[in-house]
Write a new protein. Structure first.
Length: 372
């Protein structure tokens, strides 16, 4: 993505504890959000346990400087997501998005599941299990997971390293498919002396099919719904020195506003934009499709100026009737965005939910269980 200027860093204004990315947070540690000046505008905290999302209640103090949860203790074996929007003393809006995970009892492993239980997702969703520790007995753990679909589909697993196990069919899911994920980890030995904790069943439903193809060379995105062309949208992709990945990517996160800082994705201090609107995450490494209000309108559909993201025309604060707002409102987590025509390599299959970039034979070869 690209930016103009460098507003004050939101991490300096919006202070969240525990710190972003912290693992093993103890249940008696305090979750706090605060700002030194201005006011908190919105705080949303979600706790994810066993593929179930639960909002964490809390309140903003009367002076607008602090948010505290209603719960005194954090839950064990959970992932917390914190989204904050605040105004500084000059009325400038900024946002922060952080995550942390809490302590898992010793000698136990759990899998953090994507997507959430009872979610409605796009046809490109991949079932992904991220484990809290390395799994050395991969075949035993793989056998303890059963993913089924109605209508029936052949679904196969693929390991990425020793802490992630993904499942997908050969082709995108059919709209209307109901997928069931059975985890039978309890008392399964995942590593020497380390046993599973979960014994759960989750389901999700596949919604309509939406696949959007970004042509970086032509500066367009063709949005197809159930095979029919909905619209051709002008875009700006990665500039010649900071190109966008080619390949199939899946929307894994949707944020109406977020901060983007070039230093968090391997660049220098080229940009730090505190209020990027209509942001949809495509890779774990930081590729987003998002609204862009700082570039001149003339670049969309004509030239590529971003630092690797795909930008759609927008206005500050996010407009409902802009191309970015239109696309955001018609998207689901699990939708596919495919990039073609970029002078970059294909996105890695383990970067986000990039597994669709592996052929079916290569995907099946990633199983730890030998097939007869």
């Amino acid at each position: 993505m690209g930016g103009l200027g460098k507003p004050p860093g939101p991490e300096e204004h919006i202070r969240i504890t525990p710190d972003d990315g912290t693992r093993g947070v103890r249940p008696d540690e305090k979750l706090r959000v605060r700002v030194p000046g201005g006011r908190l505008e919105r705080v949303r905290v979600v706790r994810s346990q066993d593929a179930r999302e639960t909002p964490v209640p809390g309140r903003i103090s009367a002076d607008g400087l602090r948010w505290e949860p209603a719960e005194d203790r954090l839950a064990l074996a959970a992932r917390y997501t914190v989204d904050v929007v605040a105004l500084d003393g000059h009325g400038r809006r900024s946002a922060r998005h952080t995550t942390f995970t809490t302590h898992v009892p010793e000698e136990r492993f759990i899998g953090y599941v994507t997507p959430e239980n009872r979610a409605t997702v796009g046809t490109g969703m991949i079932v992904s299990l991220e484990f809290n520790r390395e799994i050395t007995h991969r075949a035993a753990v793989e056998r303890a997971v059963r993913v089924t679909a109605s209508p029936a589909a052949e679904i196969r697993p693929h390991w990425f390293g020793r802490d992630r196990l993904d499942f997908r069919p050969e082709h995108y899911w059919k709209p209307g498919t109901r997928v069931t994920v059975d985890l039978r980890f309890r008392d399964v030995e995942g590593a020497p002396g380390v046993y599973g904790l979960q014994d759960k069943t989750f389901t999700f439903t596949v919604g309509r099919s939406q696949v959007s193809v970004v042509d970086a060379a032509r500066h367009t995105m063709r949005v197809r719904r159930d095979g029919e062309l909905l619209a051709t949208v002008p875009v700006t992709a990665g500039a010649p020195k900071t190109t966008t990945y080619n390949g199939k990517m899946v929307v894994t996160e949707m944020l109406d506003v977020t901060r983007m800082d070039s230093r968090t994705v391997g660049f220098g201090g080229e940009y730090d934009i505190p209020d990027v609107p209509h942001a949809m995450r495509l890779t774990e490494s930081g590729t987003f499709l998002h609204g862009n209000y700082w570039a001149p309108s003339s670049v969309f559909g004509r030239t590529n100026v971003s630092h690797g993201c795909v930008g759609l025309r927008d206005v500050k604060g996010g407009g409902a009737d802009t191309p970015a707002g239109w696309f955001f409102d018609r998207s689901l987590i699990g939708d596919v965005v495919e990039v073609v025509g970029s002078k970059d390599r294909k996105v890695a299959p383990d970067n986000g939910l990039g597994g669709w970039n592996l052929g079916w034979r290569a995907w099946k070869a990633g199983s730890a269980v030998k097939q007869r």
